[in-house]
Design a binder for this molecule. Sequence first.
Ligand SMILES: Nc1ncnc2c1ncn2[C@@H]1O[C@H](COP(=O)(O)OP(=O)(O)OP(=O)(O)O)[C@@H](O)[C@H]1O
Ligand SMILES: [Mg+2]
Length: 218
Amino acid sequence: MPPPERKNLTEPEAKEFIRRYGITTPRGAVVSALEGAVEKANTLGYPIVLKVVSRDILHKSEVGGVESGLKNETALRQAWTEMLMNIADKAAEARVEGFLIEEMAPAGLETIVGGFRDEKFGGVVMFGVGGVWVEAIKDVSYALAPVSQAEALEMMKELKGWPILCGWRAEQYDIEAVKEAIVKISSVISETEIRELEINPLIVYKSGVMAVDARVAF
Ligand SMILES: Nc1ncnc2c1ncn2[C@@H]1O[C@H](COP(=O)(O)OP(=O)(O)OP(=O)(O)O)[C@@H](O)[C@H]1O
Ligand SMILES: [Mg+2]
């Protein structure tokens, strides 16, 4: 029997999904035309981020589908044109459903929280520090879902990056909020039909966390 077909949510759909579980995401909207993008950016206020919305594109930056830190309308118009060319060039087959205009999340500590369903073990939750570098340095910990608050804290402590989370050079990070995010994602994995979920990055601040990118597959 062939494996069941995967269904990916788009980034805005995935973000709407995790918001229902109480995870904060940047404010934003999906637009289909440049004039709508300009209008939305004016409402949100610059700087903004422009991203391609397509369930066929898993890694948007790889195809030139993320432009962040756009400071004004001129920059937005230019990024829009470039993005259309990038997609036509690098992801010509992808179904594009629109473009996401989003507020810029402030800088913070980039972490990753994810979950997946393992055939043997069932729901698994993972956490790592390092955002885009996480794949390169492989500093991640795993636990069976669901996890308690105490288990989520253990997952954090297992990381080489734990001292960074604890506050390196007087930076302070909201450990409680990270713990809650891990617990929430672990319960999503154990309570729903989701096969895979990844928040990369989950940006951690002195107070609170924000999911800047999310991917969900059923
Ligand atoms: N709203 C935002 N505010 C600030 N920075 C952002 C925002 N959206 C994206 N970024 C930055 O741009 C990077 C790439 O964006 P995003 O994670 O959405 O794209 P991606 O290429 O699909 O990611 P992945 O690495 O998971 O494939 C993020 O890791 C983050 O550093
Ligand atoms: Mg990402």
